[in-house]
Design a protein. Structure first.
Length: 136
């Protein structure tokens, strides 16, 4: 299901520790799955199995649109659940490469980033998902 409807994302938020700033930005690493509330062809609810998956990853479902729900694993103390799951059940598509980038991004959580580390994170971000050009 993650190969089709899942997403791994890294974002840089706020001030990234440049110029001895007192305010800090942060790196966010997110795993999410987006699904319809009601499957259109079968007219069956997807809430039950999405709730079970959200419980497995210890997160809540968020309803975004009238027929769309999504959960996000982004809390720093829950990334180990995502890592343990996908290490045991590896992805089978290029989404695996996005997972590897996500794991790389986890190394930057909670750090005051240097200019070089910010550039590294931006390079990782710019090589993920639909921006990916390297598939080996």
């Amino acid at each position: 299901m993650t190969d089709a409807d899942g997403n791994f994302l890294i974002s840089l938020e706020g001030v990234y520790g440049l110029n001895n700033s007192m305010s800090r930005g942060r790196v966010k690493c997110i795993f999410s799955i987006k699904q319809r509330v009601i499957d259109i062809p079968t007219r069956l609810s997807c809430i039950t199995f999405m709730t079970e998956i959200a419980n497995l990853f210890q997160c809540n479902i968020k309803y975004q649109y009238s027929n769309e729900m999504r959960f996000l694993v982004q809390a720093d103390n829950r990334h180990h659940i995502t890592k343990n799951y996908f290490d045991k059940y590896p992805l089978m598509t290029s989404k695996y490469l996005d997972y590897l980038s996500y794991l790389h991004g986890l190394n930057y959580l909670g750090k005051r980033l240097t200019n070089e580390e910010i550039k590294e994170i931006q390079a990782i971000k710019n090589s993920m998902n639909n921006k990916r050009t390297y598939y080996n």
